[in-house]
Write a protein that binds this ligand. Structure first.
Ligand code: SF4
Length: 431
């Protein structure tokens, strides 16, 4: 029985995919080991054949050990790609989102733009802080699934300058049509949000994108008032695990230095200050019991926020690289619960224009899992109406507050090689 696009997305997150050496990945995005390492897969877009949304962007695991046992095989050529399930022979057509030309260019300071920011689905992700301080403790207090401490300074620039970030945002806006930039970073005591301010101010004034901020929560909630005044459109809070014992085991730094309550308090506060659905709580599914993740989803949506749920990926180089990936049945149950909770709590998911996240199952992807009840159609009609009504508001928030400076991308230097980060066998085809 063929899977629908969301079910396929979930199964690909759980099982990964094999990519034979002789398949030419024409123009594909490089496999980028940046940020926490979750973007370490191959970006594909799966057509849905549904009126709910045309495509689902997915970052499919391809380099981790578990992917070599996957029944999914990537096949085809630049004239048409497909993912073949060798268990039943189903072939799912997919598209390879192209690597943007600006990845190969340099900023006016000579920095390769792909080392500043990365497209993850249709938005730009930028890690703005120095290496997360949890990696500096002896023994290290890093979250066990994370590889930030190994990526920042390697696959991406260790400390990003304001100019480099702005020029990269401009390039991504002008050439890739992005609407949203997501600024994240690791633990820096209480300094992290302060570090973000100049980036937020400059992006809002000079580029005019929607801006999301994902940094460890601050005990003084008034700092969020200042960031909201600067124009932040979205906050996300990475609680990761709801069960206190699992939280402490997998995220020792967060448990010792921050605590779950601070994440939830900051999330509640920002959700009370911003429009409904502008704040998210981020969870990892596949480690703690399913009921705990579903309880977290209920907690997040009851605050007026939406859940972003990552399927646990035993990323290469992380402390958990030998752990098993989660089961499809459990992940399908959790993603169905995400949509159901958003519907019951009237969270207006999928409202902002052109934001498709490839690292998670977006709550509106999970609409494809929902039973077609009267409640489903009422909610979908409400979301559709809000999307139309919200268009002028988002358009206004995406206008630069100040006339753009002349730097944009005209100083960009010659292209440079873009082979790093790809599995060795694919490098020559990409270049
Ligand atoms: S807080 Fe955890 S997930 Fe975030 S960068 Fe630090 S170690 Fe990684």
């Amino acid at each position: 029985m063929p899977l629908n696009a969301c079910e396929l997305e979930i199964d690909l997150f759980c099982r990964g995919m094999r990519v034979p050496d002789d398949v030419v990945l024409d123009g594909a995005r490089n496999i980028s080991r940046t940020r926490a390492g979750l973007g370490s897969g191959l970006e594909v877009a799966i057509p849905t054949s549904s009126w709910l949304k045309p495509e689902i962007y997915t970052n499919v695991p391809v380099v981790e050990a578990f992917t070599q046992r996957s029944p999914y095989l990537f096949a085809g050529s630049p004239s048409g790609y497909r993912i073949v399930d060798e268990r039943g022979g189903e072939a799912y057509p997919v598209r390879l989102p192209q690597a943007p030309r600006w990845y190969r260019r340099q900023t006016s300071r000579g920095t390769q733009m792909s080392r500043i920011g990365v497209l993850q689905g249709t938005y730009l992700g930028i890690y703005i802080n120095p290496i997360c301080a949890f990696w500096n403790y002896k023994p290290a207090l890093n979250c066990r699934f994370c590889t930030t401490g190994k990526n920042v300074g390697e696959g991406e620039v260790a400390e990003k300058s304001l100019e480099d970030v702005i020029e990269t945002c401009w390039a991504a806006r002008e050439e890739s049509g992005i609407t949203f930039v997501h600024l994240n970073g690791g633990f820096q005591g209480t300094k992290a949000l302060k570090t973000a301010e100049p980036f937020i101010r400059a992006i809002k004034e000079e580029v005019g994108l929607l801006v999301g901020v994902q940094l460890t929560p601050h005990p003084d909630l008034s700092v969020y008032d200042r960031l909201i005044d600067l124009g932040v459109d979205h906050f996300s809070f990475c609680l990761e695990l709801f069960d206190p014992e699992w939280f402490e085991r997998i995220c020792p730094g967060k448990a010792r230095m921050i605590g779950q309550d601070r994440f939830l308090n900051a999330m509640d506060y920002c959700a009370s200050r911003l429009p409904r659905g502008a704040v998210s709580g981020e969870m990892i599914a596949g480690l703690e019991p399913v009921e705990s993740t579903i309880a977290a989803i209920e907690r997040i949506t009851s605050a007026g926020a939406f859940p972003t749920v990552c399927v646990f990926r035993p990323t290469v180089g992380s402390d958990m690289e030998d752990w098993p990936s989660p089961s499809y049945g459990d992940m399908r149950q959790i993603m169905a619960a995400v949509y159901d909770a958003c519907r019951r709590h009237r969270i207006p998911i999928g409202l902002a224009p052109n934001i498709e996240v490839s690292l998670v199952v977006n709550p509106d992807d999970a609409a494809l899992l929902a039973p077609r009840t009267a409640g489903f159609y009422t909610y979908e009609a409400w979301r559709r109406t809000l999307r139309v009504l919200a268009k002028p508001l988002f358009w206004k928030r995406m206008q630069p507050r100040r006339a753009a400076r002349a730097h944009r991308t005209e100083h960009a230097a010659e292209p440079v090689a873009l082979a790093e980060g790809l599995p060795r066998t694919h490098r020559k085809r990409q270049a």
